[in-house]
Design a protein around this ligand. Structure first.
Ligand code: 13P
Length: 338
C-alpha cells in the first residue's frame, strides 16, 4: 500500500471548486433513466451518452475532479477509439469504478438490504487498477421506518464497507465509502439525523478495526433531510445545519473530504444544501458533491437521445456542473441559476 499515493488521489478528488460525477449507473439503472427519455439502452447508446458528458468543456476541466464508472464503461472506447478512461484523464479528472454488486435482501430482516460484492473483490481490484481506476465506490443502503433500520442491518453494511475499503487501499485504490440513509419514507429530519449519526459512528469504528487509512479515503453520505413523504419539510438552512452537526459528531477530521450523494433531491435543492453548508464557516473536511441524478437529469432530458441535441446537452451539463462548483465554495445563489 502506497499511503502517499492514496492521500494524493483522495485530496485530488475533494479539491476545492470541484466534485465527482457519478456516472456509474448499473445496466438496470441506466435502462430506467433511458426509458424516461425514450432511448433504447444499448451499449452504443450508453457509450454515446457518457462520451458526450466526458467531452464536455469546460465542465470536465473546471468542475469535475473524478468520474465514477460502471464496469462496462471502464472498458469502453469513444467512437474515435480513445478509451473513455483516457478522455477523463485528459480532462484532468480521476477515473473511478463502482465495485459493489448491489444491495440484496438481508436474510431474517424483511425489507432490509445488505450490499453484495466482497467475494473475489481482492482479485478484481488489480484489474481495475490496470484499467486506470484510481478510486472505487461501494454503496450501502439503510432504510428508515418505524422499526428500521435494525442494528443487524447497520452493522452488516458497515462491516462490508470496511472490508471493501481495506481491499481497495491494499491495491492503491481510494475507497469512497457510501452509507446511504434513504430519503424515502415519512420520517422527520430528526429521525434522519439520528439514523445517519448511528450509521456513521458505526462505520468509523469498523474502518478503524480494519486498519483503513482515513486520510486516503472519501466519505459519500446522504444529507440529513426530512423523509420525502414527511408532512413537514425542513428548509435549506435547517438541512445544512443538521447535516454539519451530524458530520461533526461522527466523521474524524483525518478524512480529507466528504462528497455527498444527491439521493433524489431536486437539482436545485442538492446545490442549495451543499452551498449552505460551505457558506456556514470553517469545517474540518472539504465538502463537495458526488452527484448522479442531480448532475445528469437536466442534460439527459436536453439530449433525449437525439444527435442534434448534443450542444444543448453539453450546455446543460456545463450549467449544473458550474452551479455545483460554486456550491463547493459557498458562492452559489439562486440568481446565478439564470
Ligand atoms: P445520486 O446522486 O443520483 O443519488 O447518485 C449518486 C450515487 O452514486 C449513488 O450511489
Amino acid at each position: 500500500m502506497n499511503i502517499d499515493q492514496l492521500c494524493d488521489t483522495a485530496n485530488a478528488m475533494v479539491q476545492k471548486g470541484k466534485g465527482i460525477l457519478a456516472a456509474d449507473e448499473s445496466t438496470g439503472t441506466i435502462k430506467k433513466r433511458f426509458d424516461g427519455i425514450g432511448v433504447e439502452s444499448t451499449a452504443d447508446n450508453r457509450r454515446d451518452w457518457r462520451e458526450m458528458l466526458f467531452r464536455t468543456e469546460p465542465a470536465m476541466q473546471e468542475a469535475i475532479s473524478g468520474v465514477i464508472l460502471y464496469d462496462e464503461t471502464l472498458r469502453q472506447s469513444a467512437v474515435d477509439g480513445t478509451p473513455l478512461v483516457e478522455l477523463i484523464r485528459r480532462a484532468g479528472a480521476v477515473p473511478g469504478i463502482k465495485v459493489d454488486m448491489g444491495a440484496q435482501g438481508m436474510a431474517g430482516f424483511s425489507g432490509e438490504k445488505v450490499t453484495a460484492g466482497l467475494d473475489g473483490l481482492r482479485n478484481r481490484m488489480h484489474e481495475y487498477y490496470d484499467l486506470g481506476a484510481r478510486f472505487a465506490k461501494w454503496r450501502a443502503v439503510i432504510e428508515i421506518d418505524a422499526h428500521r433500520p435494525s442494528a443487524a442491518c447497520v452493522t452488516a453494511n458497515c462491516h462490508a464497507l470496511a472490508r471493501y475499503a481495506a481491499i481497495c487501499q491494499e491495491a492503491n485504490i481510494v475507497p469512497i465509502v457510501e452509507p446511504e440513509v434513504l430519503m424515502d419514507g415519512a420520517h422527520d429530519i430528526n429521525r434522519c439525523a439520528e439514523v445517519t449519526e448511528w450509521t456513521l459512528k458505526h462505520l468509523y469504528m469498523e474502518l478503524f478495526m480494519h486498519g483503513v487509512v482515513l486520510e486516503g479515503s472519501v466519505l459519500k453520505p446522504n444529507m440529513v433531510l426530512s423523509g420525502k413523504k414527511c408532512a413537514t419539510q425542513a428548509g435549506v438552512e435547517e438541512v445544512a445545519a443538521a447535516t454539519v452537526k451530524c458530520l461533526k459528531a461522527s466523521v474524524p477530521g483525518a478524512v480529507p473530504g466528504i462528497a455527498f450523494l444527491s439521493g433524489g433531491q431536486s437539482d436545485i435543492d442538492a446545490t442549495a444544501h451543499l452551498n449552505a453548508m460551505n457558506a456556514s464557516g470553517e469545517l474540518p473536511w472539504n465538502l463537495t458533491f458526488s452527484y448522479g441524478r442531480a448532475l445528469q437529469a437536466a442534460p439527459l432530458a436536453a439530449w433525449s437521445g437525439k444527435p442534434e441535441n448534443h450542444d444543448a446537452c453539453q450546455a446543460s451539463f456545463n450549467h449544473r456542473a458550474s452551479m455545483n462548483s460554486l456550491a463547493t465554495l459557498g458562492q452559489w445563489s439562486a440568481q446565478k441559476e439564470g
